[in-house]
Design a protein around this ligand. Structure first.
Ligand SMILES: Cc1cc2nc3c(=O)[nH]c(=O)nc-3n(C[C@H](O)[C@H](O)[C@H](O)COP(=O)(O)OP(=O)(O)OC[C@H]3O[C@@H](n4cnc5c(N)ncnc54)[C@H](O)[C@@H]3O)c2cc1C
Length: 322
């Protein structure tokens, strides 16, 4: 059964070990749905690599996963991860580097032992509005009364949300990838977090898994300390993400419009080749303007986006009249 033009259900479920040991590796319908999402992600990878890929391990039922010594929380168990190679492109390391540079929306990508690349689709989309939130207003706070919540992020927005939610939740777990908050958060917030017994700060930590209940609502969150490898799974109905934005600008690749390292559109910078000046909202391509959140260095506020949009209209008129 074809999941996408280049990937079939069979190749995600094929396993020599399962065949040899008589393990039935047939996926249930909810896993097939995940494999379809995974196949879509791999189609994007295929576009980046411009070569066919070979899946070496996809779905693993619990028996197969245990037999090959896979992690108990492996994303292979619910059809969200695949290991693959692409020898026509190069080594797994070269493949992983190319994918990393392409900024595809994956959950996890690991270059494993120089033998294959592991890639997994995120489950965040499944739980958006059902326990995964990108904002903490009074509305969300009401849902957190007397329960534990997780906040991911180490910036000021995450800090403000943690302090705010700690007035309602029985415990706020703050998950931060780095070794501390000093590099990314204002001092006054760091002090408030340190002084708040309701906030537990988990540094060098990353989310590893989300699980839902029978109503497809968020029910459990797992996180792992990247230094010690210790992993915790905790019942959790609400997860707040304050990890910054990921601009949707891949389609601009090859257009000549310059992007910064995060993929935001650069404006107002003189042409690198001939030194000619650019208007404040003009991109590296003359006559193309960028405004709002997508613009590198913009304030990321509604008012800013509106103001820049209005200013761009005047700049476009000016451009057309010259
Ligand atoms: C949870 C949250 C809360 C916020 N709260 C506040 C607040 O209280 N006050 C405040 O001032 N700001 C707030 N912001 C920020 C504010 O929403 C943004 O600064 C503002 O929306 C930016 O406007 P924009 O038009 O630049 O981008 P957007 O509002 O993101 O609009 C971009 C549009 O382009 C579309 N698009 C993307 N790619 C393509 C494509 N290839 N082709 C066609 N269309 C495309 C998108 O679907 C989207 O509709 C908040 C943001 C978030 C996420």
């Amino acid at each position: 059964m074809k999941l996408t033009p280049h990937f079939s259900l069979e190749e995600f479920c094929a396993s020599e070990t399962a065949l040899r040991e008589g393990i039935d590796n047939t996926p249930p319908p909810e896993v097939v749905a995940n494999l379809a999402r995974l196949a879509k992600l791999l189609e994007k990878v295929r576009v980046v690599l411009k070569r066919p890929m070979r899946i070496t391990s996809g779905y693993r039922c619990a028996a197969l996963n245990a037999r090959i010594g896979g992690s108990k929380t492996s994303a292979h168990l619910d059809g969200r991860a695949a290991d693959f190679i692409c020898p026509d492109f190069g080594t797994p390391y070269a493949v992983a580097k190319k994918i990393a540079a392409a900024r595809l929306g994956y959950d996890q990508m690991i270059h494993e032992y120089g033998r294959w690349v592991h890639i997994a689709v995120p489950r965040l989309n499944e739980f958006e509005g059902r326990g995964v939130w990108y904002w903490a207003s009074a509305l969300e706070a009401k849902m957190c009364v007397q329960s534990e919540v997780v906040i991911v992020g180490g910036g000021n927005s995450a800090g403000q949300a943690a302090v705010f939610l700690s007035q309602y939740a029985s415990k706020v777990h703050m998950i931060v990838r780095g070794p501390g908050l000093a590099a990314s958060m204002s001092r006054y917030l760091i002090d408030r977090i340190a002084a708040s017994p309701g906030i537990d700060l988990h540094v060098n930590t990353e989310l590893t898994r989300l699980d839902g209940d029978a109503n497809a609502r968020l029910a459990k969150v797992s996180w792992r300390n990247t230094r010690t490898g210790d992993e915790i799974t905790s019942p959790m109905r609400n997860l707040f993400l304050f990890v910054g934005a990921d601009p949707e600008t891949r389609w601009l690749e090859g257009s000549g419009v310059a992007l910064d390292r995060q993929g935001f559109v650069i404006t107002g910078r003189a042409d690198e080749r001939d030194g000619t000046a650019r208007g404040s909202l003009e991109t590296s391509v003359r006559g193309i303007f960028a405004v709002g959140d997508v613009r590198s260095g913009s304030v990321k506020r509604v008012g800013g986006a509106i103001g820049e949009g209005a200013a761009a209209v005047a700049l476009i008129h000016q451009h057309l009249s010259t």
